[in-house]
Each structure stands twice: as structure tokens, then as C-alpha cells.
Design a binder for this molecule. Structure first.
Ligand SMILES: Nc1ncnc2c1ncn2[C@@H]1O[C@H](COP(=O)(O)OP(=O)(O)OP(=O)(O)O)[C@@H](O)[C@H]1O
Ligand SMILES: O=P(O)(O)OC[C@H]1O[C@H](OP(=O)(O)OP(=O)(O)O)[C@H](O)[C@@H]1O
Length: 238
């Protein structure tokens, strides 16, 4: 797995440059609206316009820009110091396990779980205990491998970026590891959840080097997010 080089130019923060906050496009961004409004961060008008092709936006604070990237990439931008702070799901943090990322705040949105699922027909009849290897389709290869290794089972991972639910019926894998919220996607595809690996919410994340080199600015942002969470009453754990 790629790991950031902690003394790379990107990790050496330039205090004259605006801070960069990496935000995930898609479903988390929609849920984050009220929280961002409470922090007082107002991105340029076209930030929320899906038609906009811009990726970096100034905000009402001359010291802060926001970038809009895929959820998985938020962690990478922050780990490598290209963004000082960001927001992404705990699923992404579990998958990459970047030592350069500090995740001090649970934002209480994007609530779901990472689970194992298998075809409903025959579920539970074929006990896992007697398997030493199993084929698993997932976009979380590290989480899947770790989960099955802890049970003494070697996961042969088929790495997909979406539509994992198709894999068992088309013979790609016996199991899947994917996100589950309501369970309706599993049900619509003839699958059942058999094991919960982790409960997930979105986290505010911080680059550790930025925390060391610009502690006042970073703790200032943490305080603003904490106060916003307290005001809207969604914070779960610190
Ligand atoms: N069904 C769900 N319910 C709640 N949270 C979810 C759900 N699916 C995903 N999430 C959370 O949202 C994050 C982003 O989801 P996902 O990877 O599906 O991206 P997306 O919003 O579809 O956008 P894109 O695929 O373009 O990056 C996940 O990492 C997870 O933390
Ligand atoms: O339990 P549910 O409420 O049905 O939610 C689970 C679905 O949500 C996510 O997909 P998403 O909608 O983000 O689609 P994508 O993975 O193709 O981006 C996840 O990958 C599941 O397919």
C-alpha cells in the first residue's frame, strides 16, 4: 500500500497558502450541508452545483479553500499533506490505515456499516468454519483480508469499485464485503448480511504534520467543527 512520505514538499506546510479542506462529493456532501453552514464555511457559489467542472473553490475565509474529490481520495489528499483537513467515512480510514491521518471528530453523518453478505438462498447452511479460503468481491480489499484472516480464512479478493452485489450470482465470488445502511440493496439482489465488520460514520480528519507545524490554525478549525456539532446536536463520540 502506498504510504505518504512525511518530509515530502507537500507535507511541509506553507503558512502563506490558504488551508485546504478536502470534501467528498456525493452522498456525504449532501448530509454535511447543515454542519458546514454552522461552521460558517461558505464555499464559492458553484461548489454545490453538480454541473460545475471546478474542483477547487475559494470560501468566505481567505485562509481556506475547499476541494471536491471522491470519498476515497479525501484520505489520500490529507495523508500526503495536499489538504490539511478533510472529511471522509471511517470505512475509508479503515481501508487505508494511513499513519499520517489523525481523526479526532466523529461527525455523526454517513451512518452505515461494513458487512459481509452472501446469497439468501442457502445462507448459513455452508458454515465458514470449514473453509480455509473464500472468494470475496469488495471495494475494501484490506478490510476484507484482515477480517477473514482474523478467522483463519484466506480471502481471495476480487476488487470491484461498485455493484459488488452482482458478484455471487454471476460466479465472481461466494461472498461480498460492502456498505449496508437500510439493507435494501442486499435484499433487491437476493443477498443477506451475515457479519458486521464495523459501524461507520464520517470523520473530520487532519494531517499530522499540519497539526505539528500549524497547531493554532488546526485546533482553531477543530474547535469550529466541535462547536458546530454541539449546536446541531449530532456529535456521537470524540
Ligand atoms: N448506503 C449508505 N448509507 C450511508 N452512508 C454511506 C452509504 N454508502 C456509502 N456511505 C458513506 O459515504 C461514503 C461515500 O460513498 P460512496 O463511496 O458510495 O460514494 P458516492 O457518494 O456514491 O460517490 P462516488 O462513488 O462518486 O465517490 C462512503 O465511504 C461511506 O462512508
Ligand atoms: O443498505 P442500503 O441502504 O441499500 O445502502 C447500501 C448501498 O449504498 C452504497 O452504494 P451507493 O448507493 O453509494 O452506490 P455506489 O456504491 O454504486 O456508489 C453501498 O455500496 C451499497 O450498495
Amino acid at each position: 500500500m502506498d504510504q505518504p512520505i512525511t518530509n515530502s514538499p507537500a507535507a511541509t506546510m506553507d503558512e502563506a497558502q490558504p488551508f485546504v479542506l478536502a470534501l467528498p462529493k456525493g452522498r456525504i456532501l449532501k448530509e454535511l450541508g447543515p454542519l458546514l453552514a454552522r461552521t460558517g464555511i461558505v464555499p464559492a457559489k458553484d461548489f454545490y452545483a453538480e454541473s460545475s467542472r471546478r474542483l477547487r473553490f475559494e470560501t468566505n475565509d481567505p485562509h481556506l479553500d475547499v476541494i471536491r474529490v471522491r470519498s476515497f481520495d479525501v484520505a489520500t489528499f490529507v495523508a500526503f499533506g495536499a489538504a490539511q483537513i478533510g472529511i471522509c467515512g471511517a470505512d475509508v480510514l479503515l481501508e487505508f490505515d494511513y499513519p499520517e491521518i489523525y481523526a479526532p471528530l466523529d461527525l455523526g453523518v454517513g451512518r452505515c456499516r461494513v458487512s459481509v453478505a452472501e446469497p439468501a438462498a442457502g445462507a448459513g447452511q455452508d458454515g465458514m468454519a470449514r473453509h480455509s479460503r473464500v472468494a470475496v468481491a469488495t471495494k475494501y480489499p484490506n478490510i476484507a483480508r484482515r477480517h477473514f484472516a482474523a478467522k483463519g480464512i484466506q480471502a481471495e479478493v476480487v476488487h470491484l469499485n461498485g455493484a459488488m452485489e452482482l458478484a455471487p450470482s454471476l460466479g465472481l465470488s461466494r461472498l461480498i464485503v460492502d456498505l449496508v445502511q437500510t439493507g435494501s440493496t442486499l435484499k433487491a439482489n437476493g443477498l443477506v448480511e451475515t457479519d458486521v465488520i464495523a459501524h461507520i460514520t464520517s470523520r473530520l480528519i487532519v494531517n499530522r504534520t499540519a497539526l505539528k507545524t500549524q497547531p493554532e490554525a488546526i485546533t482553531g478549525w477543530l474547535s469550529r467543527f466541535r462547536a458546530a456539532l454541539a449546536a446541531i446536536g449530532t456529535e456521537t463520540t470524540a
